[in-house]
Design a protein around this ligand. Structure first.
Ligand code: NAI
Length: 413
């Protein structure tokens, strides 16, 4: 059934599950929304029932928002993933139901950058191994193989949000920075761009990977690339586990071609803290293994809470979908003197003409109109010169919604 919404802000109900940082709840309550909290990740059946009384859902990474949940809760207005990934949500189904999904892709980037800095020094001084020995009662005081990072070259593969921050922090420690990115990027500080990955690998004392998981980056660093790295250099991966061929890395470490590595992400990772973790990298010399904690800091959780809550606010108050991962993006300014109608429809020829026909028949004046589409849906935002008390707006919303191609219609006065 098609949905038409005339819900006011104060009547909108938001459910936040999985212990989302309290800052999100505080911000949303301050904005006038009703917010309920759950500490666990509900099961599919639980979600199907629970969501019937909510307009908006916020989750973290443990909830699975399946096709079945979405099919039975098409009334949902938005979903927020209070984390980076959105694989836990059936994005296509959400798109077809006219539900934008927001996340916080860059709120934890500083945390990852700081971990990488710590790891460069830790690898250079063999801190991991020396720490283990000291705990075991062994006194391994030696300068052999221990080096400062000052004056060394860092090669960054991927110069996006994280790579560029590592660049700035590393230069502050007196390192030389080179980077390789498929997109032309403005070098920060004295960093130098390399046209070929091979040149970076040959020059760097540390290679740190900061690329996304894509078909091109899968197995990007295999034996061939590692063999081009300097003997005695270090490899750091806090991006995605699929980027490195782990067996090739193990071989290079065992043959002492690499002097160590730090790995935070793995091709296969335990689904929870209760599961055992196994990797061929375990037990090797000067190898730092961490359980995908690059972005796991209290500051990052706080920033994620704020970022997604802000996306909810802008969407619910103004209709802005900028940053939604599965939805046509529209960035909208707040307007006080208009009635704004937001319509999601199937992207088929003639819809715009049909909807605008209703507006002209109602003799309402359009003050602004914004349309963004993807393969399946169109998102049309229309600002009309109508006062909130005018009866035309609810009638128009109803007409919009009765169009056979409409998925959802909502109005903001
Ligand atoms: P970003 O999107 O800002 O930057 C990625 C950069 O990689 C872009 O500049 C892009 O042009 C470049 N790139 C893409 N494909 C490439 C290729 N084939 N070769 C060279 N460069 C390529 O992403 P951001 O925020 O810097 O994140 C980087 C990685 O870090 C992602 O894989 C992300 O999933 C991961 N990450 C890991 C965390 C952890 O806990 N360990 C936490 C947060 C992010």
């Amino acid at each position: 059934m098609n949905q038409a919404k005339l819900v006011t802000i104060s009547a909108m109900r938001i459910l936040l599950t999985e212990n989302i940082h309290s800052v999100a709840q505080e911000k949303l309550i301050d904005e006038g929304f009703k917010v309920d909290l759950l500490s666990h990740a509900p099961s599919e059946d639980e979600y199907i029932q629970l969501l019937k009384k909510y307009d908006v859902l916020g989750i973290r990474s443990k909830s699975e928002i399946t096709q079945k949940i979405l099919e039975q809760n098409k009334h949902l207005m938005a979903i927020g993933a209070f984390c980076i990934g959105t694989n836990q949500i059936n994005l296509l189904e959400a798109n077809r139901a006219g539900i934008p999904v927001f996340n916080a892709p860059h709120s934890n980037t500083r945390s990852v950058a700081e971990l990488v800095i710590a790891e460069m020094i830790a690898l250079s001084r063999q801190l991991g191994d020396r720490n283990i020995l000291a705990h075991q009662g062994e006194w391994m005081k030696s300068a052999e193989g221990s080096k400062e990072v000052r004056g060394k070259t860092l090669g960054l593969v991927g110069y996006g949000h994280i790579g560029s921050q590592v660049s700035v922090l590393s230069e502050a420690m007196g390192m030389k920075v080179v980077f390789y990115d498929i997109i032309k990027k403005l070098p920060l500080g004295n960093a130098q761009s390399k046209t070929h990955l091979g040149d970076l690998l040959q020059e760097a004392d540390f290679v740190s990977l900061h690329v996304p998981e894509t078909p091109e980056t899968k197995n990007m660093i295999s034996g061939k690339e590692i063999s081009r790295m300097k003997k005695g250099s270090f490899l750091i991966n806090a991006s995605r586990g699929t980027v490195i061929v782990i067996d090739d890395l193990v071989k290079a470490l065992k043959e002492n071609h690499l002097a160590g590595c730090a790995v935070d992400v793995f091709p296969e990772e335990p689904a929870s803290n209760k599961e055992k973790f196994k990797s061929p990298l375990q037990g090797l010399k000067n190898v730092i293994l961490t359980p995908h904690i690059g972005g796991s800091t209290e500051e990052a959780q706080y920033a994620i809470g704020l970022e997604v809550a802000e996306s909810f606010r802008k969407f619910l108050r103004f209709g802005t979908t900028a940053g939604a991962v599965n939805f046509p993006n529209v960035e909208l300014a707040a307007k006080t003197d208009v009635t704004r109608i937001m319509n999601v429809h199937r992207n088929e020829p003639g819809v715009l003409g049909e909807l605008n026909g209703f507006i002209s028949a109602a003799q309402a004046n359009i003050q602004g109109q914004y349309l963004s589409t993807d393969r399946h849906i169109g998102y049309l935002v229309t600002d009309l010169e109508l006062s909130p008390s005018h009866t035309t707006a609810p009638a128009l919303v109803d007409q919009f919604q009765r169009s056979s191609r409409s998925i959802k219609t909502r109005v903001i006065f």
